[in-house]
Design a protein around this ligand. Structure first.
Ligand code: FAD
Length: 410
């Protein structure tokens, strides 16, 4: 039996970082918000290394103290190794003003915390409520799906798709566009890392480039409590050369490195190795009448610079002002006020990701400009997530500036 229709100003699909932050910010402005989340929380999701820029959005929502009290591992930079070369990036050496530290977070705990804060801010957050259909009419938006109480049919004035890899509106409205990136495969797990006896800085993630194949790279993201997230990104063609289970393949690849293998020699898996393939995604448009897409439901580039959650937060932050105006009856230019500003940082990260897989950015990272060179500070700023700082030429003219620097490296 269908539950009678309820009405909200805004329905948000998905309680990941994009959905929960948007819910917090809208509810704090007095907007009636319902968040429909398919999963039961806490739930595992990949995407554990934040960037300092993301702190600005947590701060805006008044969440800094709550996140700080959750004992996540503090992060102050990133280390890069390819077994021959090693570079340490400290986010404090950045060009842009703002936060230079952040956290490495177990997402089950982090996402639960954000969803709880959205509820405290006044949003109605409902778990195990999967949205299956969204229809638009002059009168508004109808959202249907099923939850613990059976099917639901909810009306709202505006729907926000923050369903991440669920891609609810891109599928329903046929918005999917080919990604700019080829299909890549990721294998990942959590380990009891037993790193205490090793020389290892837990405040930095370690990115290891495979010593022979520069398109293969590993992450090691230390959490508090002696655990770490580890994973590898590899092309499907190369992965096909390995036999056995996902775990066998992950550890076979780790065994081909020297430093990472040594660091992980006493590591023990504490969750099954998971796999994801073809996660990069793109859409033909990020908004339309009575809807907008946030975070991964819009575009996802690549995990290499840990930009996913930062972009998800940025999109949520950019949504608030135009949406509040639209709900007040104003005509909003969504391209100008939402899409164009979001694109600045997404395009910058896209250029950095392309340069990484071309090998150019690896050359720059392993042969960095001197510490006192402003160019280094500008590159560090982007790596810290400050990809919307238009005072930084590596943001506004990323490709041109990276090309100049790489020409000096080789
Ligand atoms: P999500 O976090 O995916 O949340 C979406 C929510 O929507 C989920 O809870 C889901 O259950 C819910 N949902 C889905 N369908 C429905 C439906 N039909 N109805 C209701 N709810 C629904 N990012 C980083 O910042 N740092 C990293 O280190 C990093 N590492 C990564 C490694 C890999 C291998 C990959 C693939 C990605 C990585 N990312 C990383 C990216 C990160 O996972 C995402 O960018 C981030 O989670 C996006 O947040 P979101 O809120 O848009 O979506």
């Amino acid at each position: 039996m269908t539950v009678p229709s309820e009405k909200f100003d805004v329905v948000i699909i998905g309680a990941g970082p994009a959905g929960s932050l948007a819910a917090c910010l809208l509810a704090q402005r007095g907007v009636s918000v319902l968040v429909l989340e398919k999963s039961r929380f806490p739930r595992f999701v990949i995407g554990e290394s934040l960037l300092p820029q993301s702190m600005a959005y947590l701060e805006k929502a008044g969440l800094i103290e709550t996140v700080a009290a959750a004992s996540f591992q503090v992060k102050d930079g990133a280390n890069f190794s390819d077994d021959h070369r090693f570079t340490s990036i400290n986010f404090s050496e950045k060009f842009t003003e703002g936060w230079s530290t952040t956290y490495q977070v177990q997402r089950e705990k982090f996402d639960m915390l954000l969803a709880t804060e959205a509820t405290k801010s006044g949003a109605d957050v409902r778990f195990e409520c999967g949205v299956t259909d969204v229809t638009f009419s002059e009168a508004g938006v109808a959202i249907t799906g099923a939850g613990p109480q059976g099917p639901f049919d909810i009306r709202c004035r505006f729907v926000v798709d923050a369903s991440g890899y669920g891609r609810v509106l891109p599928r329903l409205l046929k918005l999917d566009a080919p990604s700019d990136f080829p299909v890549r495969h990721a294998l990942f797990t959590h380990v009891e890392d037993n790193l205490a006896t090793k020389k290892f800085d837990r405040k930095k993630i370690l990115i290891t480039v495979h010593p022979r194949h520069s398109d293969v790279w590993f992450w090691l993201i230390p959490f508090s409590e002696g655990r770490s997230s580890i994973g590898v990104v590899v092309t499907p063609e190369r992965l096909a050369q390995y036999d056995g289970s996902a775990s066998d393949k992950l550890w076979a690849l780790v065994a081909e490195t020297t430093e990472l293998r040594s660091l992980l020699e006493e590591a023990r898996e504490c969750r099954p190795v998971a796999e994801m393939s073809g996660y990069s995604s793109k859409v033909t448009g990020l908004c339309g009448p009575k809807y907008a897409l946030l975070g991964n439901a819009g575009e996802f580039l690549d995990p290499v610079f840990s930009s996913g959650v930062t972009i998800a937060f940025k999109s949520a932050d950019l949504l608030i002002e135009p949406l509040t105006r639209e709900l007040a009856g104003e005509v909003v230019d969504w391209q100008k006020d939402f899409v164009a500003p979001l694109k600045v940082g997404v395009d910058c990260f896209r250029t950095f990701v392309e340069a990484w897989y071309r090998g150019d950015l690896q050359e720059i990272i392993f042969n960095p400009p001197a510490d006192d060179n402003p160019i280094k500070k500008m590159i560090v700023s982007v790596l810290a997530g400050y990809a919307w700082d238009e005072k930084n030429p590596f943001v506004t003219q990323s490709r041109r500036y990276l090309d100049v620097v790489v020409a000096q490296c080789v």
